[in-house]
Design a protein around this ligand. Structure first.
Ligand SMILES: [Zn+2]
Length: 129
């Protein structure tokens, strides 16, 4: 499943960041999904539910924002969002286009709960010992 791979990648990235920030439990994730990924939000949610079980993401809320495509014409430089899969420039008709946005999945934000660390958490204090 295509969506499972995308979710897996996203979770890996968030997990790395969460560990660095001492976050033990992630409670909410907001993803931005480009239309060109062809990923269906429903399938993403499903993959997330399966993959998050028993991990730090278990029970977290997943919010998905769908992102429209943003293209740039390489001939005249105009930016546009195609209505369908017709990727030709509306200004000059050129088919030489560049995808600016819409072909990937971004992690917009995530929220989590950090372990409460008392006292010895300052790296400067630890280093001066
Ligand atoms: Zn153009």
């Amino acid at each position: 499943m295509h969506e499972a791979g995308l979710i897996m990648e996203a979770l890996k990235t968030i997990q790395k960041s969460a560990v660095e920030n001492n976050i033990q439990q992630v409670t909410k994730i907001t993803l931005s999904v480009g239309r060109l990924t062809m990923a269906l939000p429903k399938a993403l949610s499903f993959a997330f539910r399966i993959l998050s079980q028993g991990t730090m993401f278990g029970g977290a809320e997943l919010e998905i924002e769908q992102k429209e495509l943003c293209l740039e014409c390489c001939t005249c430089g105009v930016n546009f969002s195609p209505a369908d899969i017709d990727f030709t420039c509306p200004e000059c008709g050129s088919a030489l286009i560049k995808i600016l946005e819409g072909h990937e999945l971004h992690i917009l934000s995530y929220e989590g709960e950090a372990d409460k660390i008392e006292g010895n958490c300052c790296p400067e204090v630890a280093a001066s010992k």
